[in-house]
Design a protein around this ligand. Structure first.
Ligand SMILES: [Zn+2]
Length: 243
């Protein structure tokens, strides 16, 4: 973890370089620099404001700290050790690791509210679970880029309504990704409940349910469900034991 300190009376925290202001950091505020080794004039940081954790971009010149001045190519800030799964990571650690993956372009979103949801923000009083954050983090290390097209949404009977489901919108990665995941061992390891994708998108000769799981076991979904899962890959995770 690389810590810096705001060295100006007030500093804007923005959703992207030169983007919209998310929060104002007063002088002396401590920030965690999630991308100290990235070149350029902007740093991706997390900071506490009024008891809430914000993620965003600040101008590098207004932060004092190890990575804030001249860039040290040896810094391990954005990379580091591989993300862990399971109960060892606190939600803050998960958000920081996800923030680093976002900053390096390995996780992208159809809109900014999805990014806030993934990092732990509430949508209609619902937050994504730590298990879902862990799964997304793991997926982002198994394929060059994932594009999230849906997280929390009110849909009766859907795991999306309780923060346990994610839709991956760049389904073109399915052919490389799903064979790595759709095995009983891997599904158990990643604590996946549902995996739904129409495998005919990869190859018309495929069994449409080739990769699909429900409640952690292989499952054949009906055609109505299959036909809704040709333009994204749906994952849901098991319930968090503590929530
Ligand atoms: Zn879905």
């Amino acid at each position: 973890m690389t810590i810096g300190r705001v060295n100006t009376p007030s500093l804007n925290l923005r959703d992207q370089p030169d983007g919209q202001i998310l929060a104002i950091l007063i002088g002396g505020t401590t920030v965690e620099m999630l991308t100290p080794a990235l070149p350029g004039n902007w740093l991706f940081v997390s900071a506490e404001v009024s008891g809430r954790t914000f993620f965003g971009w600040v101008a590098r010149q207004f932060v004092e700290g190890p990575g804030a001045g001249p860039i040290d190519p040896g810094s391990s800030g954005a990379g580091g050790s591989g993300p862990g799964l399971g109960g060892a990571s606190s939600s803050g650690d998960l958000a920081a690791q996800l923030g680093a993956q976002i900053a390096s372009g390995r996780i992208i979103f159809d809109n900014n509210s999805l990014r806030d949801q993934l990092l732990g923000g509430s949508s209609g009083g619902i937050r994504v679970t730590a298990k879902l954050q862990s799964l997304v983090l793991k997926l982002s290390t198994m394929t060059p880029i994932i594009r999230i097209s849906s997280l929390i949404r009110p849909a009766a009977g859907s795991h999306h309504a309780v923060g346990r489901a994610v839709d991956i919108g760049n389904e073109e990665i399915a052919g490389a990704l799903l064979p790595l995941i759709a095995t009983p061992q891997k599904v158990a390891e990643l604590e996946i409940d549902e995996l739904i994708f129409d495998a005919r998108i990869i190859d018309p000769a495929n069994d449409k349910n080739k990769f699909n799981f429900d409640q952690g076991v292989r499952h054949r979904f009906n055609d109505a469900t299959i036909n809704e899962h040709g333009n994204h890959i749906h994952f849901a995770v098991k319930a968090d034991s503590l929530s």
